[in-house]
Each structure stands twice: as C-alpha cells, then as structure tokens.
Ligand binder design. Sequence first.
Ligand code: 5AD
Ligand code: SF4
Length: 475
Amino acid sequence: MRTTVKYAGDQEEIRQISYIEKARKHVEALEEKLGRKPACCVTTFGCQMNARDSEKLTGILEQAGYVLTEEENADFVIFNTCTVRDNANQRVYGRLGHLNSLKKKNPHMKIALCGCMMQEKTVIEKIQKSYGFVDLIFGTHNIYKFAELLVQMFESDQMVIDIWEDTDQIVENLPIQRKYPFKSGINIMFGCNNFCSYCIVPYVRGRERSRNPEDIIREIRKLAEEGVVEVMLLGQNVNSYGKNLEKPMSFAQLLGEVEKIQGIKRIRFMTSHPKDLSDELIQVMKESKKICRHLHLPLQSGSTRILQAMNRRYTKEQYLALAEKIRKEIPDIAITTDIIVGFPGEEPGDVDETIDVVKKVQYDNAFTFIYSKRTGTPAAAMENQVPQEIVKEGFDRLLKVVQDTARQRVSLLEGQVQEALVEEVNEQEEGLVTGRLSNNTIVHFPGDAGLIGEIVPVYLEKCQGFYYIGKRWEP
Ligand code: 5AD
Ligand code: SF4
C-alpha cells in the first residue's frame, strides 16, 4: 500500500511563524516584569531523533526571545521525553518532582513536557492527577505547532494539552538552533512500521513517513553553507527510506545524492534494520569517500526462536551472513548493535546464542538493555515473562563478552594514523581535545578550542579500553 505524505506547505509555515511573533510579545512582557531576559532550559531524554527535535524547540524558543541556559531553574523548562524503556519514564517523574520545588520559588516559571512518553494515555492521566503544576503537554506529531502551543500556554491559566494519535503531515522550514556548528542530525523519515513485539516506538511515533529527497538535500546544502561538515541521517529504519514516496527512491540512492553536496565531508546514519539492508547500500558505502566506516545494526537477540517472537523477521543465520558480507566488502567498518536480554520466554540457551553472535560478529560496541515491559505492546501480554534474577544472570554474562570483544576490536587501530573530527575541548584533562574517527571511536589528543570542527590526522598512540590517546600527526 502506498501512503502519500501530505506536506502542510507554506500556509502552515506562515501560521507558525506568526505565532513565534505572538509568543515574542509574551516573552517581552515577561522580560519587563523580571527586569532581565527570560531564560529557557531544554532537557532531552532518549535518542538522536529526540536530540534533533530539541534543536527545533530551541530554535523556536530563541526566536521567541528566550536566552538558553543549562540550569533547570529557568523561566521556561521543557522535558523532551523518551519512553522506550520504563526507566526513562521514571527519570522524568523524578525530575518533575524537583521542578515543582523550583516553581514554588519562581512563580513565573512555565513547565512543558513533550516527546514519546506523552503519546501514552496513562502518562497523561498520571500527570493531570499528580503533576498539576505542568503548564503545557504535547506529543511527537505536533511538534511543529510548538510556537502556537506556547502562545496558548501564555494565554491560559490551565494545563494546555495537545496530543495527536498520528499524523500524515510534515512541516518544513521552521527555525532550528543547532547544538554543534560543525555537525548536524537530519530527519529523513519519521515513525516506524515494523512493530517489533517489545517496542513502543510504532505506537508513539506513528507510521513511517519519508521526507521528500529535495527537502532533505536542500536542508543539507544549507547546513554545508553554514559550515557543517558531518551529517547524520536519522530515521527509525533508514533502510526502508523512500518506499512510500510518490516517486520511490532507495536509501542508497539518497546517500548518493548527499555524497554530491559540496562541503559535506562525513555522512553517518541511524538506524538500520537488518531485514532491509540491501546489497546496493553495501556497495554505495564501499565506494563512498564520505560515508563513515560505521554501521549500527541492531541484533536484539541471537536466538532465532526469540527473534521470531520479537517479530524481527530475520534468523540468527541470516544476520550472521549479512554481517559477514558487510565485513568482506568493507573490512575496516565498525559494527555496533543493540541487544535486549530478558525478552519473554528467553532461556539461558537463548543468551548463549546471542553470545555466540557477539563473538562471531566482533562488535566494536554493543548497547545491552534489560527487557522492559511496555504496556500496549504484544510482548507485554506474553505470559512467560522472565524472573529478574535470571535476566540479571544472562545480562552479566553477555556484558562481559561484549566488553571483551569490543576492547579487542577497538584496539585494532593502535599505531595507525586516522582522521578525526574534533568535537570539543576535553573537560577532564586540560590541554586535550576530543575527536571522533570515521568508525565512531573517540580519540583524545593535545590541542585547543581552535581545532573544534576541523578534521585532522591523528596518530593513535594508545588504546585505553574503548577510546584512544593520540597526538596530532604532522608528517
Ligand atoms: N525493552 C528494552 N529495550 C528496548 N529497546 C526497544 N524497546 C525495548 C524494550 N521494551 C531497545 C532496542 C532498540 C533500542 C533503541 O532500545 O534494543 O534497538
Ligand atoms: Fe522499535 Fe523495531 Fe521500529 Fe526499531 S524497528 S523502532 S525496535 S519497532
């Protein structure tokens, strides 16, 4: 079935920009009352998609006249939430308690919540019941309406709540405030259609929608003009990019277009689903001068039986064959992964299968998660939930193997010279900067703030577990 994405178009952009102006009037009035510029604090939980959404929120807040602060004791505080695992939700509730005490001391303070967690009915009920001091709540589908919602918040003395079930709209061209001047995430698609049985994302982020390639390319060209050298193309499942566009286009083809953009020196992307990773993509990566030597390829489990219950639609053998093919074509690539331990029905033998995959694939890094029951997902209704102590035992066993293999893989570059994009001044040790290699490994080496945003050759002197200590290479 083909679903066509409706572009809300210029009309909606114009409307939202007029709301930014209206919000500005409210912020100016507050500035007069306070005798200083009102400050805002945007806190992000969760993934890269949320980080990008937070840049959109920040862009609008800055245009509305707020100054940005990291301090939670600000005049406007927004939590951009995540709900992929329950501990993310618990952290939000904990932090909200703290905000309540701050708000009592600063009656002008406004508190907003948005993001994935807000798409859950039970969460909204709980906030209405127990966190009545929150001023504004919205979800993942109407973030482009943030300026309009801000105005509603200023003009209402009640909690403003606007949650949509889903959307088929994409609004382009609203202001964005980037966190880094030299690198940026770019949404290429929204939502997910995979319905892995443990995952809440398809319910809170809606159905898969790809942005038009022209809009993506235009956005990246503009970023390049502004000095961005590294882009990260973002989507829950980038390998199925473009399938639902009116003029279908593959992800590999999109990468080919991004590669042509002058000024962009590095291209990354997140996340790939193994079932959709094409030979075409492997070839494009192999031949590319710009696509980084890193692939995040979530495994979730190495047991075919569990993979089937997870609705992942590949077997252990298919995953291994894919990883082998990638390694053969691009030997210097780093492969990283996500693994869940404790999915309903998982037995120690299944964890052994996962460990076997970790040993065979030799991941550079693996994010290991304890299964978290998410209400509304098929897995939450499964009867054979695994007792905590068994989950813990499997998790510890897996973690040890993951760390051992990652340490070995990461150390393979010792003694080599590699290019690093300098991202920041090292906060722990004076005189050092921190850079990232094409394969995503971190290197610390002597340098100063003037190097930030530069790509420089670095001699990788010593591997310290999961990162390097190096020095600038000047032949
Ligand atoms: N419990 C634990 N981990 C989960 N993930 C997604 N849903 C859950 C869940 N219910 C993990 C997956 C995914 C990553 C982003 O989060 O490994 O790849
Ligand atoms: Fe969740 Fe699976 Fe979609 Fe990833 S691919 S967001 S794990 S449903």
